[in-house]
Design a protein around this ligand. Structure first.
Ligand code: NMX
Ligand code: MLT
Length: 438
């Protein structure tokens, strides 16, 4: 059975040759125009990044190396006794472009479990933080502090050849992914369940299985399965999203993977990005309180207008790229369809009803280019049902997941020798001068 490193050693030379050929033949070919609207409009639609692991089609949604979410659900290995995709098989696909065998997946699970314990200084740091500090702030701090053991930083200090960057980056990325569950679980326990003992990592189970155990929900098979699916499908969403892009930018300075991913987590912690899943649940629970029993579509419509008229965005709706319902939202909703306990839950019902009403309201409102639900509209309500009710924690779970894609790209950025990211900026006057007379 191949290790993940051996699998990468096979594919890297081919990709390097592909990039060299593209550079030689097409360096000066045009991919699109840069318009003023790109410069003043958040670069929406500007084709300006290389990102191999996934591509986002506005109508169809995400594909990971060409595989849609339903394709992945059919082809990627589940846990023994489970059905959902596990993080390891998604990571293998993202990193290598290949669907791993079951043996390869299990071997990667073991490798991650063996590397999953936190160093003492990180435990001490996290335990010393006030429990009132937002869990995402704590996660970013813990990840940054893990750079104490960065193999890349140590090797760089000693002086290594550029061609060797990727192997040390891979070491760090695997170690970081391995340690994220213990870090994220410790934050949860400290903040919400202090004084309880955290179980040790079980070397025979998968990354998310261990994460759920350490969170204290190990006995709940359905929650474990839900989190496996959640973490697999939040893993990558092409390169331009704020967290992935931040990891890429910071990594391009040759800051090590821990520092790069710590920065990414603080982008994820913004309410227009990953924090939306915390916001959605807070907002839906407020709506439930306001509307009481027998919630009708008409009442939801009025509540949506109230949010919009107060100048707030409807959390969980709209997207920078997508122009249809997010297939990740669909996959998480489908998880509920086969489980009567979930279908009967009033909060899950409210989320579903809201998704039936909100698109028309947002169309009438007339601002958002995408009136449909994104992944955050659905992700929190199932966690809430299973007793993971502390919604300030939800973005941490997203943060455990996004490492799969963002760190994959860091390995590839180093393997392909991608340079420092440094776009050109212009002042308003400089833009006016350039466009005058056009
Ligand atoms: N509710 C109300 N107004 C909205 C919404 C929404 N859900 N989405 C977009 N708009 C507004 C937006 O604020 C902007 O208004 P203005 O011209 O006054 O600035 C206008 O519609 C045009 O925005 P778009 O071009 O459609 O969206 P953009 O690409 O700029 O932003 C989001 C994308 C995702 C930031 C935006 O749709 C939003 O704020 N959604 C709510 C927050 C959310 O769910 N974020 C999570 C995204 C997924 N994730 O996990 O990261
Ligand atoms: C994501 O998963 O990163 C979000 O859907 C936001 C995005 O793609 O821009």
């Amino acid at each position: 059975t191949k290790t993940i490193r051996e699998a990468l050693e096979e594919v890297i030379p081919k990709k390097q040759a592909q990039l060299a050929a593209l550079k030689a033949r097409h360096s000066q070919s045009v991919l699109g125009d840069v318009k003023v609207e790109h410069v003043i409009g958040g670069m929406r639609g500007l084709k300006a990044m290389l990102w191999d692991a996934s591509v986002l089609d506005p109508l169809e949604g995400i594909r990971f190396h060409g595989l849609s979410i339903p394709d992945c659900q059919k082809q990627l290995t589940a846990a023994p006794g489970g059905k959902e995709i596990i993080a390891e098989s998604m990571l293998w696909l993202l990193l290598t472009g290949q669907v791993p065998t079951e043996a390869e997946t299990r071997q990667l699970s073991r490798e991650l479990a063996e590397k999953g314990d936190l160093p003492k200084h990180v435990i001490d740091l996290i335990d010393s933080l006030p429990t009132t500090l937002h869990p995402m702030t704590q996660l970013g701090m813990g990840v940054a502090a893990l750079n104490h053991d960065s193999k890349f930083a140590a090797a760089y200090e000693e002086g290594i050849k550029k061609s060797e960057y990727w192997t040390h980056t891979l070491d760090d990325c695997i170690n970081l992914i391995a340690r994220l569950p213990a870090l994220a679980a410790r934050i949860y326990r400290n903040v919400y369940k202090p004084g309880q003992e955290i179980p040790a990592i079980n070397k025979d189970i998968d990354l998310v299985g261990n994460y759920v155990n350490m969170l204290g929900f190990g006995a709940n098979h359905d929650l474990t399965e839900y989190l496996r699916l959640y973490i697999a499908i939040h893993g990558d969403h092409e390169g331009g999203n704020a967290s992935a892009h931040t990891a890429h930018l910071v990594g391009s300075t040759l800051a090590d993977p821990y520092l790069s991913y710590s920065a990414a987590l603080y982008a994820l912690a913004g309410p227009l990005h990953g924090l939306a899943n915390q916001e959605v649940l807070r907002w839906q629970l407020d709506m439930q309180k306001e509307l009481g029993n027998n919630i009708t579509h008409e009442k939801i419509k009025e509540s949506l207008w109230k949010t919009l008229k107060s100048g707030r965005v409807v959390p969980g709706y709209g997207h920078g790229v997508l122009r249809n319902p997010d297939p990740r939202f669909v996959a998480l909703q489908e998880f509920c369809l086969t489980r009567p306990d979930l279908l009967a839950d009033p909060v899950i019902q409210l989320v579903k009803q809201t998704s039936e009403v909100a698109p028309d309201v947002l169309k009438e409102h007339g601002k958002t280019k995408n009136p449909y639900p994104n992944v955050d509209a659905a992700s929190g309500c199932v966690l809430y049902h299973y007793g993971l009710t502390e919604f300030k924690y939800y973005t941490v779970i997203f943060g455990v997941s996004r490492a799969l894609g963002a760190l994959t790209q860091l390995v590839w950025a180093r393997a392909l020798g991608l340079p420092l990211e440094r776009p050109k900026s212009l002042s308003l006057e400089a833009i006016e001068k350039l466009v005058e007379g056009q």
